[in-house]
Structure formats: C-alpha cells, structure tokens
Ligand binder design. Structure first.
Ligand code: SAH
Length: 486
C-alpha cells in the first residue's frame, strides 16, 4: 500500500528536511513485519511529494504473533499485506518519528507552521464508508475526496469493495497532519491489529492531544482504536474527558447542534419503528422475523411487546449482527428474555429453510440495498418459501429527497442504496408481488408528509389471503386459520 504526502509550500523541497529524508535518495527501512520504502516521485521547488510504500511480508505476520498460532486459513489469506491499516501507522511512527514529534533542526520555524498538505492513501479499507471517512476528517479541517474500488473490475455486478483511494487536504503543521493519519487510518480499517497493549492508551492520548478530546466522533475513535477493549476504553475516555473539561463551553455548544441533527433522524427512525411494530402487533403475530435486521433497532422495540414470543433477526453482515448482539446486551440478558431472540447470518436472496414457520416478517429499509437483478429472488424467498401471514416492508420515498437540503439532485440517501423508488414505483412493485403470491396489500406513509411529495418513508403491509376462506366469514386474516405452506 502507498501513502504519499505532497506540499506546495515554497520551497516545496523543505518537506525533505521536515521528514528527515533526502529527496534525492530512495531509502529502505526494515520493520518487524516487512520493509518500508521512502522515495520522492517529484521534488521541485513548486511541488514536492514524498511516498511511503509498505512491503509487508505476510509470513512474518503469521510467524511473529501470538494470536496467530491457530492454523486457520484466514491467517494466510487476508488483506493485511495490501491494505492500509495499523501497520501503516506503525511504519509511519518508525520512519517519520522525528517529523511526527515535531523535531527539525534544519527548519525549526516550519515545524509549527501550517503548510498546504495533501495525502493520498491507497487502498484504504473504509469500514463505515465515505460517510465515516468524512465524519472523521472534516471536523479537523480536511477536504476529503475518495474513490471506491469495485470488488473486481471484471465482474462489476459483484459491486463495490471496502477499499478506497483517499485524498485528504489540509493546511496544518506536518506533525499534526501525520498524527491524524496515524490515529485515524486504523480507525477506518477497524480490522485486527496486533499492537493493542496497555501502552496503546498512552499512545492514543499522546497522539490525540489537542484534537481528540473535542472531536465529535471521539467515542468511536477511542473504541475502534482500542479495538473495543472495554477496560482500556474507559481509561482513555476518562482521560480525554478531563482534558476536554477546560473547553467545556465549546463542546456543549457543539453537542447541542449534534443533538438537534440526531434528533431529526431519531424522530423519523422512531416513527418508522413504531409504525412497523404497530403493523406487526395488530396482525396478531407472536413469531416474527426481522430480515436485514442490521444493528437490531427493530428487535429492541419488538422485545417490549409482550405478545411477541420469538424474534429472529437475519442479516448478511456478520459485523452488523455482532453490533446487534452487543446493543441488545444479549450476553447479560436474563435467560427467559434471551430465549426470545435468535440472530442469524444469511442472505435474503437465497432460499433458507430457517425462515419458515413465522407469523410475520419485517424488512425495514432493506430492499433498496438489494441489486434490482436479485429482487425477484428476494420476493420468492420471502413470499413463496418463508410465506408468513404478514409481511411489512419499508423503503425510502425518492420523491421526498427533494426536501433534503444536503442531498444533491439524483443522489440516494445512502451510498449502499441500489435504487430508491417513487410512491408509484413502490406501489406497482408491491401490488405485483401481492397478486403473484396471493397477498393483500395496503400502504402507509411514515414521517411528516409533504402535500405533493408524500412522506419520507413508505410502508407496505401484506396479509396472506386465507386459503380456507369461508364465504360466511367476514374476517379474512385470522392468523390461526392459515396454514403456512412451505
Ligand atoms: N433493518 C435495519 C437495517 C437496514 S440497513 C434498520 O432499519 O435499522 C439494510 C440491512 O440489510 C443491512 O444491515 C444489510 O447488511 C442488510 N442486507 C443487505 N443485503 C442483504 C441480503 N442479501 N440478505 C440479508 N441482509 C441484507
């Protein structure tokens, strides 16, 4: 992987003094896990670029670390040798240590000077996507741009990968610039790293001095950097809070703004959950599937419903399920409560026997994450094979996007959305599905409705038409009368 740092400060070749690396030479530094090469692709008075290329030996990783003793294939087949991660941070700290610590005998005045700097990092795994990348760097004054790379250029249908080429620009002293990268690259990568010891708290506090305490994503940065080691996290946060106390007024003001922003979101999200729970509750369901359950928001609300005996959350993302498990406190939940929940990994576009035998299924903000070409498979999996009496589906109403000021025309609300539908499009799809799989369907808007654009979220509630329909009966959806056909 490659990190380049460019400046247009004049003379730009002063970068060589600040980094303590001569632009005329290529240098190689041995590291415990491979080699770091430093060279300058350009070194002119107007513009100078230093490159740090990391050449990781994957076998060193396997041999060199305790936690790698287990002979699993993942130890040998992984992206650690190719992706920017904590190894890049370790290399930076070793190779650019004087620059990071703000030491430069030759150009002492430049050490504290804000220089126009630009970093390019590739490939950087961004867990949390472009949005998190921005939330991490923009509050520190960076201009961020990123290109996401496909999983495989030959098979564009496979979609996007985690890997980005990221460009970060800011006018900052070089030591601060490098320090931000040092802390935030592993935060974005958020994968295994091998150097979390007790002194990591001390390192984080030292590297985060002056910026981390008041960073709006402070808690996430600390948690990811310390790899969710609770004990360490608590120590670090306590220290950061103490540091932050001096600046409490600014932080309070910032938090109030954030809260307003969050509340806007919460209210739509809460309204959505309430509407879905209401539809499930009034169907009389006791066994409920939450397909594409993500981090378990709906499950948390469904748990409060006494009528519901069993809730199964299914998601394709192992990570999302892990988060769901910890948000729901599954580990410490009383046994009776715990037995009501089952989280399982699976894909909604493959027939799955485990989904049979439930009264209701909810797919909240999920269909728009599926490729249109896979939607037909999803329809069969849910309506033909799982075939619960009630299916509740929510999805954004694209017409309403015009009301989101921050959303440019033609853009979707989320990077991972494959499509967003107007009310007519969703209506047509839902009615077609209902007709083919013998359901009735009704529609409900969720959130504050605009007269001409409709509501931000649209919901369809499907009820299976009863097979043994008796002409004398006016009730067509009593759940006990219906046999699940799987
Ligand atoms: N229902 C949740 C999450 C919505 S985000 C909520 O409202 O908060 C969409 C979720 O669908 C993600 O968690 C994603 O991992 C999941 N997903 C996307 N494609 C899927 C598939 N093919 N099978 C199962 N889950 C999928």
């Amino acid at each position: 992987m490659l990190l380049t740092i460019t400046t247009t400060h004049q003379p730009a070749t002063d970068l060589g003094f600040l980094l303590h690396k001569n632009p005329a030479r290529t240098q190689t530094f041995p590291l415990s896990f491979g080699k770091a090469h430093v060279f300058y692709p350009e070194a002119a008075p107007e513009r100078c670029t230093a490159a740090l290329m990391l050449d990781i030996n994957p076998l060193e990783l396997v041999r060199g670390h305790r936690s790698y003793k287990a002979e699993t294939l993942e130890n040998y087949v992984n992206d650690r040798a190719y992706a920017a991660s904590s190894f890049l941070s370790v290399a930076m700290a070793e190779v650019f240590s004087s620059a990071m610590n703000g030491k430069c005998k030759d150009r002492p005045l430049l050490v504290g000077t804000a220089l126009p700097l630009k970093a390019m990092i590739t490939p950087l795994p961004c867990r949390g996507g472009d949005a998190l990348l921005r939330r991490l760097f923009e509050p520190l004054g960076y201009t961020v741009s990123a290109v996401q790379h496909p999983l495989d250029e030959v098979f564009p249908d496979w979609g996007e990968s985690l890997y980005h080429t990221v460009i970060l620009e800011a006018a900052l002293p070089l030591s601060q610039f490098l320090t931000h990268l040092y802390v935030l690259i592993p935060v974005l990568d958020n994968d295994k790293h091998y150097w979390v010891g007790d002194d990591e708290v001390e390192k984080l506090l030292r590297r985060g001095e002056g910026w981390l305490a008041s960073h709006p994503e402070r808690d996430l940065i600390v948690s990811r950097y310390l790899k969710r080691r609770k004990g360490l996290e608590t120590i670090a946060l306590a220290a950061l809070l103490a540091e932050d106390a001096e600046d409490i007024d600014t932080v309070q003001a910032e938090h109030a703004d954030e809260e307003a922003e969050v509340e806007k979101k919460i209210s739509l999200n809460e309204q959505r959950m309430q509407a879905v729970v209401e539809a499930v509750r009034s169907s009389g369901a006791t066994r409920v599937l939450d397909v594409g359950c993500g981090e378990g928001k709906l499950i948390a609300v469904l748990l409060k419903e006494k009528q519901i005996e069993k809730i199964v959350g299914l998601d394709v993302s192992h990570r999302a399920l892990e988060i769901a498990g910890s948000r729901l406190h599954l580990e410490t939940m009383p046994e009776k409560q715990r037995e009501r929940i089952l989280l399982m990994q699976g894909s909604l576009t493959y027939r799955d026997k485990r989904l049979a035998g439930y009264d209701a299924a909810a797919a909240v903000e999920v269909i728009e994450h599926l490729d249109l070409s896979r939607l037909a498979a999803f329809e069969r999996v849910l309506f033909e094979f799982a075939a619960p009496q009630t299916v509740v589906i929510t999805t954004p109403n694209r017409e309403y996007n015009a009301k989101f000021e921050t959303l440019s025309a033609g853009k979707f609300r989320h990077k991972d959305h494959r499509f967003e539908w107007t009310r007519t499009e969703f209506g047509a799809w839902a009615m077609n599905v209902a007709a083919r799989f013998e359901y009735d369907v009704r529609f409900e808007p969720i959130g504050d409705s605009d007269e001409s654009l409709g509501a931000p979220t649209q919901m369809a509630v499907f009820a299976k038409r009863t097979k043994n329909f008796s002409p004398s009966s006016t009730v067509s959806t009593a759940p006990t009368e219906i046999s699940t056909e799987v």
